[in-house]
Design a protein around this ligand. Sequence first.
Ligand code: COA
Length: 336
Amino acid sequence: MINNAIPLRIAGVGYSVPKTVITNEDLTKLYDTSDVWIYSRTGIKERRIVSGNEGAFELGVEAAKKALSKSGIKSEDIEMIIVATSAPSQLYPAMGCRIQAALEIPNNIPAFDITAACSGLIYALSIARGYIASGMYKNILIVATDNNSKLLDWSDRTCSILFGDGAGAMVVTASDDGVDDIISIDIKSDGSIGDIIQLNLTGKNCPLVEPNEEQPLFIKMNGKEVYRFVARVLPEYVEKLIADAGMKAEDIDYLIPHQANLRIIQAVQERLGYSDEKVITNIKYYGNTSAASIPLAMVEGVENGKVKLGSTAILTGFGAGMTWGGCIVRLREGIC
Ligand code: COA
C-alpha cells in the first residue's frame, strides 16, 4: 500500500436473485442426469435463473439499490461505478453506464465494466481500494452481476448444471474513523491456462476476406482441469494471504468463498482448519453465480444468522482467465 493511504469503509452490501428456481430434478427434462450425480459432485440442489426480459442489468440495479440504501450514501454522492460482469447483454454501453443512468447517479463520473469472471468482485474491490487510498475518489459503487444461464449450452450436462444467475453490490467509501475494512487484498491471474474456461465472441469477418472460424456464444469449460487447478492453487494461496497479513487462520471469523463447487470450498476449509460454522456456503440453493456469489453468500449469511456482523472474514474467488484473488475484510454492523 502507498504511504498515507486513505482507509476504506465498506458501507453497504446487497444482492438480488431471480425468482425462478430450477432444481436438479428439472434438469432431467433436458438431459440424462440425476439429483444424486449433481449434488454429490458439486453440492448444488437448485439454482435461480432469469426468465423473460430479466437479465444481469436488472439484477445489478436491484442489488445496487439495496447496497446504497444500507450504506446511507445517496446515489448523487457516488463518484465512480465499477461493474464486474462477464455476461452483459450489451458490450457497450458498459453496464456501469447503464446503471449510472438507471440510478440517476451524476452524469459526469467514471463508470466502467471489468471482466475477471468469478473473481470480479475481488478485482473490483481492489481497484476501488486503490482509488480511495489515493484520495482520487471517496464513494464508489461496485456491482457484480452475471446471468450465465443465457450463455450456457443447455445440452452440455457437465457445464450447465453448475451455474445460476444473481447480482451483488457494495458501496465503499473513505473511512472517517481511521479504520480500514480491507485488512489485506490481493489479485492474481495466469493467462497461460486461459483456455480451460472460455466464452468466445468470434464475430464474423468482412465478406470480402477469407471467412473466419465461428464459434457459438456458449461457455466452454474443461471442468476437470478447472477443478485440478483450483484445488492445487487455492488452499495454499489463502493460507499465504493470511500469513502475509501477519494473521493466523484462527484470527478470522469466517471464510466466505466463491461458490463454485462444495468440494473446492471444503479443500480450503480443511487447509484453514475451520469448523462448518465458520464457512459460509449457499451453493446448494444458487449454484455458481460467478462474480455475484461472494456478496450473495455474505448478505444471505447475515440474513439467516450464520454471519454475525462486527466480525472479520476472508473472501476468496477464482474464475476464467484464470483469475483468482482474496481479501480479508472487516464486516461492520449495519452494512447489510
Ligand atoms: N449427469 C450425469 N453424468 C454426467 C454429468 C451429469 N450432469 N456430467 C457429466 N457426466 C458424466 C460424464 O459423461 C462422464 O461419463 P463417462 O465416464 O461415461 O464418460 C462422467 O460423468 C464423468 O465426467 P467428468 O466430466 O469427468 O466429471 P467430473 O467428475 O470432472 O465432474 C464437474 C464434472 C463439472 C462437476 C467437475 O469437473 C467440477 O466441478 N469442475 C470444476 C468446475 C468449476 O468450478 N467451474 C467454475 C469455475 S469458476
